[in-house]
Design a binder for this molecule. Structure first.
Ligand code: PGA
Length: 250
């Protein structure tokens, strides 16, 4: 059985003082312990997340990192820094990193390998643009991303990771992929992992859907066989909504 996993991706939101308030508000909520809950916060808020969430079941992580452990890489954070504050996850290959900051699959692959080497759970994002969806190229796009991003990742590691399918046209737009479309792509990704590794491994990998997930649509999405969780932007910025997402089964 795959444990459902709901992760908030705060993106570039919440100053440290605002983050403190939101983290404390989330900490106060009663959350379903059968669901894994986590928040990926801006780098400057990571220490706060580590301190405030200590002793709770709420996991946390970064939204990006460089693959090297240290050195002359101005502006970056490293896996060792995430380890030091006991971060659980790191989001890698988010479409905003790919599109706005020009990250390519080769770089993302190095980051995935580095995350595993440092015991961080990568939340690897993939997904097609509107143009690609209209040309019916969503499978082709996701296949090329996942195949390249998982290069040289061994089978025993891959089963521990989280893959987030996030169609770019559904991110922050209010347009959610229909639950059927989201399920079709998550099933496609599971089959792809089975082809690249084995069916047993594919059954263990958790696959999230992301793109305008909110309390009103989370139940329908989570009811699908191959959707094991959600990566949530906008709706994760309010403690009530985040709790409602985690508690979707109640
Ligand atoms: P959204 O973002 O929920 O605001 O659409 C999701 C994401 O980009 O992870």
């Amino acid at each position: 059985m795959r444990k459902p996993v709901i992760v908030g991706n705060w993106k570039m939101n919440k100053t440290p003082s605002q983050a403190k308030e939101l983290l404390n508000a989330i900490k106060e909520k009663e959350l379903d312990s059968e669901v894994e809950a986590g928040v990926c916060v801006p780098a400057i808020d990571l220490t706060l997340a580590s301190e405030i969430l200590e002793g709770t079941n709420i996991k946390f992580g970064g939204q990006n990192m460089y693959f090297e452990e240290e050195g002359a890489f101005t502006g970056e954070i490293s896996p060792l820094m995430l380890n030091d504050i006991k971060a659980n996850y790191v989001i890698l290959g988010h479409s905003e990193r790919r599109d706005i900051f020009g990250e390519c699959d080769k770089l993302i692959n190095k980051k995935v390998l580095s995350a595993f080497a440092h015991d961080l759970t990568p939340i690897l994002c993939c997904g097609e643009s509107l143009e690609e969806r209209e040309a019916n190229k969503q499978e082709e796009k996701v296949k090329s991303q996942i195949t390249a991003d998982l290069k040289d990742v061994s089978e025993d590691l891959v089963e521990k990771m989280i893959i987030a399918y996030e169609p770019i046209w559904a991110i922050g737009t209010g347009k959610t992929a229909s639950a059927d479309d989201a399920e079709a792509m998550c099933a496609y990704i599971r089959n792809l992992v089975a082809d690249l590794y084995t069916k047993e491994t594919a059954e263990k990998v958790r696959i999230q859907y992301g793109g305008s997930v909110k309390p009103a649509n989370v139940k329908e999405l989570m009811a699908k066989e191959n959707i094991d969780g959600a990566l949530v932007g906008g709706a994760s910025l309010k403690a009530d909504d985040f709790a409602a997402l985690v508690n979707h089964r109640k």
